[in-house]
Design a binder for this molecule. Structure first.
Ligand code: FAD
Ligand code: DHB
Length: 390
């Protein structure tokens, strides 16, 4: 089979690029390792910046997001016995974020690809990119016992942190930057009314907690846990008790609890690989960079990669102009590093670090005291949280 662009990974990055390129007459195949049900059972991002929402609309996938997603003009930070509000709308010059689950957004993208007759191969095994440094790259995979070869002009590695694309690039070509945090987030989803209309990020001496949501009847909560913890160690009762202990008393007293319908632990990591291109293969999204989830930047960083690649591909195919492809890595990384900085800052400000000395604790307190005493600091937080321009 011959196709213009072969996309490895059927997560939000790969599907969104596939759909956008299709609408421009550029044809793609998406190869996904797992079944659709498996991909849609993963509970991840919940907060989208408007740049992402705009791309979803451009991909003709924004209808349900606009109907069911919630616009949030601010969020709260509970710390040191007080609850302060970050006014995103005021301090970002009238912007906000959209609360809409990654699961729903991925479902919308799959449905759009189906409607357009797009090819998404699920359960593609042993996906392998070849000859990326030549002008005739190809991808092989196994499906239902057969080995299949796809010849293409370009390969997109959108297969997440554990995918094959980045690992197929010789190690001496890449530079990796990484920080592993000494804790993870234990998250649960429950069919309960959210604790508050807006998200609450809580810094507490027992550790960080986050009250988020997917809708007014579906809540998402997280607590910081040691890396060694496993999900089976945490009963629902133990989770709710721990969460309440980290929230302001009035919020904890009103918290509506219920059985968890999903429970998982995500380790926290910052990671960037440079460059994001190897010959005719381009990396996008979590395949090239990971942030700790505290600043809600991961999926939003993927969106800017997709935006740059989408425009670069249009320039290549419609104007024979390769400046966008040639400049992709540098342009994408400039924004990726700003998301890294912001996510590291939010994480450092709000979590309990086991090795902190008393001096570090004082600085953490002072960071928050400064933030809520300075309009300039709140403006900086807001412009990053709603998303820097693409
Ligand atoms: P993925 O979603 O990882 O998709 C990659 C796809 O490739 C997967 O479907 C995978 O099965 C497939 N694949 C893997 N290996 C192969 C292979 N060898 N062959 C073929 N296919 C393969 N981000 C935000 O912006 N806002 C948030 O609020 C937010 N909250 C988060 C909360 C948590 C708890 C976590 C863990 C993450 C959160 N994120 C958030 C980050 C966000 O979920 C990721 O950045 C996002 O999923 C990246 O999308 P992606 O398509 O690049 O990668
Ligand atoms: C969610 C995750 C985040 O990392 C975040 O900062 C806000 C919300 C969530 O899953 O709802």
């Amino acid at each position: 089979m011959k196709i213009q662009v072969c996309i490895i990974g059927g997560g939000p990055s790969g599907l969104l690029l596939s759909q956008l390129l299709h609408l421009q007459g550029i044809e793609t195949v998406v190869l996904e390792k797992y079944s659709r049900d498996y991909v849609l059972a993963r509970i991840r991002a919940g907060v989208l910046e408007h740049g992402f929402a705009k791309l979803m609309r451009e991909a003709q996938c924004g209808e349900r997001m606009d109907r069911e997603g919630e616009i949030h003009n601010g969020f709260h930070i509970a710390h040191d016995g007080v609850m302060d509000r970050v006014d995103l709308y005021k301090y970002s010059g009238g912007s906000s974020v959209v609360v809409y689950g990654q699961t729903e957004l991925t479902r919308d993208l799959y449905e759009a690809r189906d409607r357009a007759g797009g090819t998404v191969i699920h359960n593609a095994e042993d996906v392998t990119p070849h000859d990326m440094k030549t002008d005739k790259p190809y991808v092989t995979y196994r499906h239902e016992g057969q080995t299949v070869r796809i010849d293409c002009d370009y390969i997109i590695g959108a297969d997440g942190f554990h995918g094959v694309s980045r690992k197929s690039i010789p190690r001496d070509v890449l530079r990796e930057y990484e920080r592993i945090y000494p804790f993870g987030w234990l998250g649960i989803l429950s069919r309960t009314k959210p604790a508050s209309h807006e998200l609450i990020y809580a810094k507490h001496e027992r550790g960080f907690a986050l009250c988020s949501m997917r809708s007014q009847v579906l809540s998402r909560y997280y607590v910081q846990v040691p890396l060694e913890d496993t999900v089976d160690k945490w009963s629902d009762e133990a989770f709710w008790e721990e969460l309440k202990s980290r929230l302001p008393e009035d919020i904890a007293a009103k918290l509506i609890t219920g059985p968890s319908i999903e429970k998982s632990i995500a380790p926290l990591r910052s990671f960037v690989v440079e460059p994001m291109r190897y010959g005719r293969m381009f990396l996008a999204g979590d395949a090239a960079h990971i942030v700790p989830p505290t600043g809600a930047r991961g999926l939003n960083s993927a969106a800017s990669d997709i935006y740059y690649l989408y425009h670069a591909m249009i320039d290549h195919y419609k104007k024979s102009d390769d400046a966008g492809l040639d400049g992709y890595s540098q342009r994408a990384l400039a924004r990726v590093w700003k998301a890294q900085r912001f996510s590291w800052w939010m994480t450092t400000m709000l979590h309990r670090f086991p090795d902190n000395i008393a001096y570090d604790d004082k600085l953490q307190e002072t960071e928050l005291a400064y933030l809520f005493s300075s309009e300039a600091a709140q403006r900086s937080l807001a412009e990053n949280y709603v998303g820097l321009p693409f």
